[in-house]
Design a protein around this ligand. Structure first.
Ligand code: GTQ
Ligand code: FE2
Length: 358
């Protein structure tokens, strides 16, 4: 005879079981209705920060907050209204505007979260990455990969503003954040016009050194620390010319492997000519879109966002996204796609295709 018995809903033995289970710090799966919904439960929302606001507040911070207060960097982080006050642009991405005033230095430090800068305004700043001086100009992408020492110098008379993209929320979720401050003494090094990383890895398209700093066990990130606007612009223009299309896009890659610039972050630049309109697509993983120039309309799950130069748009996972250009528009995109791809979790679907199928 079986000892198995099923309790009636008001069975005191069942109540006792739930109490005992909770007391033992356990939870029954069968009561977790929200655990695996049909599609990801998304907390972060599509949200647009206008450059006018970002620039104004960054400038005010520049005049009111010295760089040695409240941390070493004058950074205003994009705080997604869906994330309950967390300083994160999306579930996995940190995005921010950083302001470095004339003759200011953001002192040396390193951290396990990976960082990139996309320069929006100013001239003459350079970032020292592991001792290599990397100059910064508008449209340039500059990397400071995980655990690389970095410090920012503005020897000029005008401020510089740039977009920071980091994987902080992701690395926090993995409990892998480490941080150290660097030595206090300033590196009074004259800026080489071309960083060592570019001398090694950006000499000519398609040519990489047979041996060099990245020989041996290769680092998990691109050895090239700067991707210049001149090159990005030329590649986009060439792509438009060869395809005859109204839109072009390039992915920033490790010149030695073709992989993404850093293991957690993918970077792209998109150019849309007037009248261009992309397909409507959902993708797992989140993005931040930074408008470098132009005027365009993004539509996210039916909600329109007008993009102008400097504007930053947070795009949550699986949101239906499309963009159309009012004038020639250049958009920088950072996303966590390499993580989803590495883990077999990347999905994308183009809505127009779905409609065609049905
Ligand atoms: O410039 O080193 O937006 O360490 C967040 C953390 C920028 C930086 C951020 C950082 C930096
Ligand atoms: Fe940093």
């Amino acid at each position: 005879m079986s000892t198995r018995r099923f309790a009636a809903p008001d069975d005191p033995a069942l109540d006792q079981l739930y109490a005992d289970v909770a007391e033992a710090d356990l939870q029954p799966l069968w009561t977790q209705e929200a655990l695996m919904p049909g599609a990801p439960p998304i907390a972060d929302v599509a949200y647009l920060w206008k450059w006018k606001t970002l620039r104004g507040l960054a400038e005010s911070a520049g005049s009111l907050v010295p760089i040695d207060r409240g941390g070493d960097r004058r950074v205003l982080s994009l705080s997604n209204p869906g994330l309950g006050g967390l300083p994160y642009a999306t579930t996995t991405l940190w995005g921010a505007v950083q302001y470095l005033g004339p003759h200011e230095v953001a002192p040396a430090h390193h951290h396990t979260p990976a960082a990139l800068r996309f320069v929006l305004e100013g001239e003459g700043v350079w970032t020292l990455v592991d001792g290599d001086p990397v100059s910064m100009s508008p449209g340039d992408l500059v990397l400071t990969p995980s655990w690389r020492w970095h410090e920012h110098h503005n020897p000029g008379d005008t401020p510089m503003l740039w977009f920071d993209g980091l994987d902080i929320p992701l690395v926090r979720a993995l409990d892998a954040v480490f941080f150290e401050s660097g030595p206090d003494e300033m590196t009074n090094r004259a800026v080489d016009p071309v960083s060592g990383s570019e001398q090694w890895y950006a000499g000519a398209p398609g040519l990489v050194p047979v041996s060099g700093p990245a020989a041996g066990a290769p680092p998990m990130h691109s050895p090239l620390m700067a991707y210049r606007w001149l090159d990005t612009d030329r590649a986009l223009a060439a792509q438009l010319a060869v395809t005859g299309r109204l839109d072009a896009a390039v992915r920033f890659s490790d010149p030695t492997s073709g992989a993404d610039v850093m293991p957690t972050l993918r970077c792209e630049m998109h150019r849309l000519l007037p009248g261009a309109r992309t397909a409507t697509t959902r993708r797992t993983g989140s993005s931040i879109w930074v408008t470098f120039r132009g005027a365009a309309r993004a539509v996210v799950d039916g909600q329109p966002f007008e993009l102008e130069a400097g504007d930053m748009l947070a795009l949550p996972s699986w949101a239906a996204f499309e963009v159309s250009a009012h004038e020639t528009t250049d958009l920088f995109r950072v996303c966590d796609t390499p993580v989803l791809e590495a883990l077999g979790l990347y999905r994308e679907t183009t809505l127009a295709q779905q409609e065609e199928l049905s």
